[in-house]
Design a protein around this ligand. Structure first.
Ligand code: SAH
Ligand code: SF4
Length: 360
């Protein structure tokens, strides 16, 4: 079948074969790519609408026990100045989100599994719920934890959790991490989170060394099979102080294009999930996040982190908006989103229709 027929078949809702997905992911620049994005946008319009939802991102600390080989805040990077916000700082950023009707916040940090951390997060989540009369949704993105910890944070009021699988290919996973980082353990965490009632988010990096289009097609099947409600994925961007600093197999342009195609194909296959247009897209092009929305994404994560910490929370090189504050980010993003004819779901949680259906 030619590209157009495959696109039409998946657009109409046929169950995809792996080679359908690799054909779509290899869309040629120009007409094929444009038609892929526009079909994905049609599906987004039908299942989600032309509305983006905000998740205010609070990068609460860069202390990390892990040593992922790609990440700028990995434990072995001695060049980064470590910080950890106090409770009042987190609460005041959440208050900004609440007053500006963001609907929800995401607390993200390096991975820590100590008791102090567990209790600290539990308290912070409770405070955020209190100061917003329960209205602000709380998403956590704090890595792998025990069942008990996930349970406590859920009981405190967090209702969504983001934990990227990074790649669904165990061999690539092994190459990206030191031997004590276990692919199966990460997968078990996803099952646990689902079981405990969280809205589940996962995702991958795109353009990794050794990653083929078949692997990316498998990633999409992985998202489908773990029944996730939201997806956050973006290009792999090397960080200068990591062992993978020179390992990007693709140019920034090709990496951006492939990431946008992944968003589009994921939207065509999964239809009613939330898909984030991630900041890493904007690191590769000033209009990367708008492009993400036009390729089928519907979630934007404006950065709420105090400007004084932003430079110390660089997972990859070239992170945008390092010297901007939360108000600047909000106004800039609102302008960008409205410029492509979309609106923002202010004051709404923006749960994915997929999650709502699962609850019926
Ligand atoms: N410590 C938590 C959350 C913070 S890291 C965790 O690892 O789950 C959040 C995400 O940043 C990771 O899941 C990874 O996909 C992404 N990331 C880290 N380094 C990156 C890089 N060099 N390029 C692109 N994304 C990166
Ligand atoms: Fe730590 Fe997450 Fe970075 Fe891995 S990706 S080093 S767990 S912050």
């Amino acid at each position: 079948m030619d590209f157009k027929s495959i696109l039409e078949k998946i657009y109409r809702g046929a169950s995809p074969e792996k080679n359908d997905l690799t054909s779509l992911l290899s869309a040629k620049t120009g007409e094929e790519t444009e038609s892929l994005f526009s079909k994905a946008y049609e599906i987004k319009k039908r299942h989600i609408g032309q509305k983006a939802h905000f998740r205010g991102l609070i990068e609460i600390g860069n202390i990390c026990e892990k040593d992922c080989r790609y990440c700028g805040i990995r434990k072995s990077n001695k060049r980064v100045e470590r910080f950890f916000m106090d409770e009042e700082e987190i609460v005041s950023e959440a208050l900004f989100a609440y007053r500006n009707q963001y609907g929800s916040v995401v607390l993200q940090s390096g991975e820590r599994q100590d008791d102090y951390f567990t209790e600290f997060i539990e308290r912070a989540v409770r405070r955020i719920k209190e100061i917003s009369s329960g209205e602000l949704g709380v998403t956590l993105c704090l890595g792998e934890q025990s069942e008990e910890t996930y349970r406590r944070w859920f009981a405190a009021g967090a209702h969504r959790y983001l934990l990227r699988i990074e790649t669904s290919n165990p061999e690539i996973y092994r190459n990206l991490h030191p031997p004590d980082h276990d692919f199966e353990a990460r997968k078990s965490c996803l099952h646990l989170l689902k079981k405990l009632g969280y809205q589940l988010g996962t995702g991958v990096m795109i353009g990794l060394p050794g990653q083929s289009l078949e692997d990316l097609a498998d990633d999409i099947f992985f998202f489908r099979d773990c029944d996730c409600d939201m997806i956050g994925m973006g290009p792999f961007i090397p960080h200068k102080d990591t062992p993978m600093c020179a390992d990007a197999p693709l140019s920034p342009e090709s990496s951006l294009e492939l990431a946008l195609k992944m968003i589009a194909v994921t939207r065509l296959v999964l239809r009613d999930v939330n898909i984030a247009s991630t900041t890493a897209l904007q690191a590769l092009s000033p209009t990367g996040r708008e492009m993400g929305l036009l390729a089928g994404a519907n979630i934007i994560m404006p950065n709420l982190t105090d400007t004084k910490y932003r430079a110390s929370y660089q997972l990859y090189d070239g992170k945008p908006c390092l010297d901007e504050n939360s108000s600047m980010c909000k106004n800039c993003l609102q302008r960008r989103i409205e410029s492509i004819g979309e609106s923002i779901g202010f004051g709404e949680w923006g749960d994915s229709p997929h999650f709502k259906k699962g609850k019926q």
